[in-house]
Design a protein around this ligand. Sequence first.
Ligand SMILES: [Zn+2]
Length: 472
Amino acid sequence: MIVNGATTSGELRAHNRVRLLRAVHDTGAARTRSRLTRDLGLARGTASVLVAGLAEDELLHEGPAPGHARGRPTQVPGPHPRGPIALAVDVREDVWELAACELGGRVTILAVRPHDGTPEGTLGPLGAAIAGHAARFGHRVIGVGVALAGPVRHGGLVDISHLGWRSVDVPALLGLGSGTSPEGRPAAYPEGRRDADTAPGDPDIRPGDADTGPGDPDIRPGDADTGPGDAGGRPGGLLGAPVVGNDTVLAALAEARRGKLRDVRVGLHLHVDFDLGGVLVVDGRPVAGAGGAGAEFGHMPLTGNRRRCPCGAVGCWGMDVGANALLRHAGLAHGSGRGREQAEHVLATSEEAVTVTARALGRGIAALVNAHDPEVVTLSGHGADLLERAGAALRAACEPGLMAIRRDAPPRIEGTALGWRGALLGAMESVFDAFLTTEGLELWRKNHPDQGRDTPERQSVTHSTRKGESAT
Ligand SMILES: [Zn+2]
């Protein structure tokens, strides 16, 4: 076996630890040890030693395969009950959602809060919530990933034009470093790398699983004796500067890892909330531009309107697609990041508004398909709703815009597999990408001097509802 750069047995072991954890994470902690051993081309003895070491380090815990009835018991490596937690946040224009995410992708929602739309009113309470939960989870927290509904530059400066945000320093307002300093880069763990040879599996979180409310006991704090707030925004453990990303980029990343862009070479992902974002995804990676602010297909003049967009340009496609456009068609106030419920009502009741919006979405998709030749176009947020409610109108508006050479085999247009959770899951992935490296795992070991007790029973964490492929 050829292993990039691993020349000593110690390096090889470190490399294989990363590969095994990455495979467990990407396949939803649903594959048996023997299947993973085969997938990774490991010797059985090597895999045993690796799993034992990772259990000792409180990174993995093995349990029996669900539904296993006969013969030799089959073990499934999954998250350790005292294992790493990524805190992930989806900040929308009117509400934020904070979650704890384990290896394998299981998500537990910790808090959902509406906000006033100002940078301080949004990020101040969010920073306090992050600090409180980070203190509770202590050294288990490996990082914070934050998705926001606007372009992100320099690792943390965010513009949300509808809300009047201009170069808002998100890490600074969260009390977690600064987007304008080197500290604004993920500090605890290095830039993520990814082995491409592990196949992703089913996600744990599906549309309809979104009912885990605040306080869900699915994940419990460890033996931490520090109460919320004790940490003053810089809790102990491994928490560094947050990884801040655009919601569309992160939704696309999640779609590539756990959704309908898995194993797709060139795909296009469009995320529609109050307006529209879009990004090209190549070999599983969203093409987010040189400075990270590239997922802005919504600010291209693809539909011929002449409206001035809050972004400063005229005629943006995003003016015609999303909750703001639905509200405008219904004659309601729009454009300030408010009116989600009214927009959902319009979506559910006004065939005309839905059809007009779906047509605008289809026309823009045709232009992007001509430019990029994707295999599949995936839609999340209201994009999936528009496809479901008015798919025929959307496709009918798309087709005449396609070049003749594209019409025989136009790309599939599909709704997301991840519901409204894409941005949150992508924020989680960005944290695990930084963690699942030899350097990240080494930092974890250094921060766990008293590990070596694989006795998770004492923690009473249930692992009863893991979904995924059948164990083989
Ligand atoms: Zn614009």
